[in-house]
Write a protein that binds this ligand. Structure first.
Ligand code: PMV
Length: 309
């Protein structure tokens, strides 16, 4: 018997970093990239994990207990009271680049939790998948807001704020987001930690900055729902400026952001933890190809065009 599950990538449209401090943020799933997991029974004793993308071929017991993949298995089997562990093979295949703001860690966790719990005959509801994936995000990120695991578990656009009921949103008119990858690996843990240091040194100043981000997020949600793409683009530019102030942009991200704006994008900003990884640009259907080409010419390692509906 074997069980398969898949989870999409994600991109944060607005509100990264401030979301860690309780402000809202907007994120959408990105179906063009995904993590796929297959769990199958085995006659070989043990739990064998095969993840060629990260060059991992190991038996569970040989991994440190805080390894995110090992932690998924241990936590899930603990919750489901599975003892002794079954003999299985877990194969993990992901097209989501790691450490680049597309949610690779959360997508693997979500797909693995779903495939394993189904294999055991106790499939978890979305709430259970999301809670467990959030625990694993803490191992990846330190102090995650929970937005990555939430948008990936529910696979729909989310307006997310810690501790608030999840809200989804719909675009008044569909729009295109062009995602440009700097190719620079930038662990979220580092940029989140650096913003925390800034905040600890001057909480009054940074709380005001986070408030401004929160206002931008709320105005962006209204602009999306009303189909005001020009207004939405301007809000992207404003959010990027605040992220620069938080020191989480980088010369490579700024180069791609400027290239997008210079080629007709309505707005552009970094997305996710920053310092590397991905940026996003907003474009009309007729200009999205031009913006995508401009990003490639400016050095983007890979470009994805995704439609938000
Ligand atoms: O780098 P990503 O895509 O995992 O995004 C992190 C978003 C932050 O707001 C910086 C951190 C968080 O946990 O929300």
């Amino acid at each position: 018997m074997s069980c398969k599950a898949s989870a999409p990538g994600k991109i944060i449209l607005f509100g990264e970093h401030a979301v860690v401090y309780g402000r809202p943020a907007l994120a959408v799933p990105v179906a063009q990239v995904h993590a796929d997991v297959e769990v199958s029974g085995s006659t070989r004793p043990g739990i064998w994990i095969d993840a060629p993308g990260i060059d991992l071929h190991a038996e569970l017991k040989t991994l440190p207990s805080d390894h995110p993949l090992a932690a998924v298995v241990h936590n899930l089997f603990f919750i489901l009271h599975i003892d002794p562990f079954p003999s299985i093979n877990i194969s993990i295949d992901s097209t989501i680049p790691v450490a680049s703001g597309l949610g690779s860690g959360a997508a693997v966790s979500v797909a693995l939790i779903r495939a394993l719990s189904t294999y055991i005959g106790q499939p978890l509801p979305d709430e259970g998948v999301n809670e467990l994936a959030f625990e694993i995000e803490k191992l990846h990120h330190g102090t995650p807001s929970g937005i990555d695991n939430t948008v990936i578990t529910y696979a729909r656009p989310v307006y997310y704020a810690k501790g608030r009921l999840l809200e989804t949103f719909k675009a008044g008119i569909p729009f295109f987001i062009i995602i440009g990858d700097t190719g620079i690996l930038a662990p979220t843990r580092v940029s989140v930690g650096d913003v925390r240091k800034l905040w600890e040194q001057d909480k009054d100043r940074w709380e005001l900055v986070f408030n401004r981000v929160g206002e931008i997020v709320d105005r962006a949600r209204t602009a999306i729902e009303r189909g005001d793409l020009k207004g939405l683009g301007e809000l992207m530019d404003q959010d990027h400026a605040l992220l620069q102030e938080m020191t989480v942009s980088s010369p490579e991200l700024d180069t791609l952001v400027m290239a997008a704006r210079g080629s007709g994008a309505l707005g552009a900003k970094l997305s996710g933890g920053g310092r590397g990884g991905n940026m996003i640009a907003l474009a009309l259907p007729e200009t999205s190809g031009v913006v995508a080409n401009a990003l490639k010419r400016a050095g983007a390692r890979r470009v994805i065009i995704t439609k938000v509906e």
